[in-house]
Structure formats: C-alpha cells, structure tokens
Design a protein around this ligand. Sequence first.
Ligand SMILES: Cc1cc2nc3c(=O)[nH]c(=O)nc-3n(C[C@H](O)[C@H](O)[C@H](O)COP(=O)(O)O)c2cc1C
Length: 186
Amino acid sequence: MAIHVHILGISGSLRRGSFNTALLRNAQAMLPPDASLEIADLSGIPLFNQDHEHAPPEAVRTFKAQIAGADALLFAVPEYNYSIPGVLKNAIDWASRPYNEQPFNGKPAAIIGAGGRFGTVRAQLHFRQIAGYLNLLMLPRPELMIPLAHQKFDADGALTDPEARDQLREVLNALVAWARRLRSTA
Ligand SMILES: Cc1cc2nc3c(=O)[nH]c(=O)nc-3n(C[C@H](O)[C@H](O)[C@H](O)COP(=O)(O)O)c2cc1C
C-alpha cells in the first residue's frame, strides 16, 4: 500500500468568490489514492510583528502546526501587482519565525494559480524566490497557470475547463509522488 500523503492547501486570497481557493476545493475531489487535502484558513492572521514571534497569536500557532503536520504544501496564488498577495506573504512571514524552528524547512511543495491574462506567471516566479529562502522543496513541473480565470469556473466555483482540469490532476499526481520520493530519501 502507498504511503498516505496529507497536503495542506494554502490560498493567497481571502475573497469569498476566490478562484484560487476554488482551485483548492476542486483539487480535493481530484486527488490520487491515499492522499488528502485540507485547506488552511488565513483570515484570522493579524499583521506580522516581530515582537511576538516567540509567542504568536492562536491563528498563527494553528497555521504553523498545520504546516508541520502536512506531508506536502499546495499554494494557490493570485497575482497582485506582479507579485504574491500581502495576505500570503504576511502569513508566510509569521510561520517562518523564529528562523531555527520554521516548519517550511525541507517540506515538499507545489504552486498553482488562477488569474488574469498571464495566469499568475509573475507571482509564481516571485513565490519560487521566497521558497528558496524558506528551504521549501518546490516541485519543478508540471506548472499550472490558469489565465482568464473568470472563463474557466462556473458560478459555483467548479473548474469547468477540461485542459485546466487535466493540468490540475497532473500537478496533484506529481506532488503526491514528489512527497513520497522525498520522504523515502529523507
Ligand atoms: C490588488 C490587486 C492587484 C492585482 N494585480 C494583478 C496583477 O498584477 N496581474 C494580474 O494578472 N492580475 C492582477 N489582479 C487581478 C487578480 O489576479 C484577480 O482578481 C484574481 O482573480 C484574484 O484572485 P482570487 O480570484 O483568488 O481572489 C489584481 C487584483 C488585485 C485586487
């Protein structure tokens, strides 16, 4: 039997109708066998203040514990002003401190995104730069960038575009395989 892989999904959008959060919900129904996906809630995380990094607020402690307990992370990232949203960067900044006990270290991860004309390509590149410092072990490929997201989902948030659905499934399969492969070499 394959080793179970538990994925923590992290959306960079708090918007109720977020396409990126919807991507994660769609992913929950497309997982390969022996895998699960829980979606983190970043809405209660306050602005980072380093004065409190040794005694962070409850929402941050929960987020850090979810990261630590996951076998892999799946970031669904909107593009804001050619980068990742402040909401996500803020949550990452909290979770990355104190530096010697940050839970991203050595964690397998993948990034996907849905957005405007270029489908979050610039935000994803920026994210990979941040991931290097965190020592996240990013899945190099396949990539998933969904341009013109408003045309690819229905009103209930179901991903209706067949090509995007296939690509999402491929990312999920690859992330689960990536997590198993890295665990076997740990
Ligand atoms: C503050 C802000 C900045 C944005 N900047 C960009 C951008 O640089 N490039 C882009 O393609 N879309 C940009 N957008 C559009 C968002 O990517 C788009 O609204 C996307 O659907 C947001 O993700 P969500 O649906 O998960 O909330 C921006 C939106 C906002 C609110």
